[in-house]
Design a protein around this ligand. Structure first.
Ligand code: TRP
Length: 336
């Protein structure tokens, strides 16, 4: 994917307190993709309305997340970075696509089923409609590729179905049918440092379970020193880590930081214990996080500059999306 005829669009829900799981799971892939093609990245604040969030927390999370993305290497000059709600065309196109999406399609979405659980009657309409807004995010910019994790693939499939049905119903080729994109190098599913079977999460009550982008070098070293492991030495192949979730997690983290495979890492550490591996991992983590932490500090001290960057991103995004919305309105007969 190296030509300029490709365009990447992706969004991330604003939650305060970014951690290593967000960084290695999504953000560093976004950063690497900037070298491959034109990228639009947004803070999905409209999506966040699908579940209750304190308004002050929503406001601060959007800024915090934007700062963390820039600190991690999203370059707002090269890429277009903006809050979703600052470009009203997302909501407008979503409403148009609501005429195309089918109840039956949305009813089959596993994220809807998981999040609504047994209480469908009490779930918000926005939670049900979430995938249609996601389709609008993508189709508005005629994205060719959408970098997402495994859990979002079904939403990309739905976006394709909506694009195809809209194009067929209105005899147009307006919408580009996007592909999920599994590129940008190694992405890791980062697990809790206390339990290798549950995902690293900002909602885990134990701060020792995660590495935050704001952790000091000492915090990081201590968390890795105390991370749960097993008494066995490291094996020489990835397969031999099966059934050792904590070991698998730590080696996976190391591999993702270095953009290497687990087998490559084990090639160097096979036969060694955690007494050797953990300090190497802590060093790699400190080298990764320390510069991000200090850029984040700077950005936090200048909220006006951050707002300027986001307003500039929103203006550029609006300009890219405008012709598509104009055409969509005309194709369905809202305008001439
Ligand atoms: N649903 C995505 C997630 O939870 C976030 C998202 C919203 C998104 N709109 C998008 C991702 C458009 C890619 C493209 O991760």
């Amino acid at each position: 994917m190296t030509t300029k005829t490709t365009r990447v669009v992706s969004g991330i829900q604003p939650t305060g307190g970014l951690h290593l799981g967000n960084l290695l799971g999504a953000i560093l892939r976004w950063v690497r993709m900037q070298d491959e093609t034109e990228c639009l990245y947004f803070l999905a604040d409209l999506h966040s309305l699908s579940e209750y969030m304190d308004p002050a927390e929503r406001r601060s999370s959007v800024r915090e997340m934007a700062a963390a993305l820039i600190a991690s290497g999203i370059d707002p000059e090269r890429s277009v970075l903006f809050p979703q709600s600052a470009v009203p065309a997302h909501a407008e196109l979503c409403w148009i696509l609501n005429g195309t999406a089918r109840m039956g399609w949305l009813n089959r979405m596993t994220q809807w089923k998981d999040k609504a659980g047994k209480n469908r009657e009490g779930a918000s309409v926005a939670l049900f409609d979430y995938p249609v807004l996601q389709a609008a995010d993508i189709l508005l910019y005629q994205a060719t590729h959408v970098p997402v994790g495994e859990d979002q693939k079904q939403h990309i499939e739905l976006t394709r179905d909506i694009a195809l049905k809209f194009n067929a119903d209105f005899s147009t080729d307006l919408f580009v049918v996007p592909e999920p994109y599994i590129g940008g190098g190694t992405a890791a599913r980062v697990m809790s440092l206390r339990d290798g079977r549950s995902k690293m999460s900002k909602s885990d009550p134990s701060d020792m379970s995660r590495i935050n982008l704001t952790d000091s070098d000492e915090d990081i070293a201590q968390k890795i020193r105390k991370a749960k492991t097993d008494p066995e030495p490291l094996p020489d192949s990835a397969d031999a880590l099966d059934g050792r979730p904590e070991a698998q997690n730590l080696v996976g983290i190391y591999a993702a930081i270095n953009d290497e495979s687990v087998d490559q890492v084990l090639g160097r550490f096979a036969g060694q214990g955690f007494g050797t591996f953990k300090p190497a991992l802590a060093d790699a983590l400190v080298a990764l996080i320390a510069p991000i932490r200090s850029r984040l500090d700077e950005l936090r001290r200048d909220p006006a500059e951050l707002d300027r960057i986001l307003a500039d991103g929103a203006a550029r995004a609006a300009a890219i999306g405008a012709p598509v919305l104009v055409k969509a309105k005309s194709v369905v007969g809202l305008t001439d």
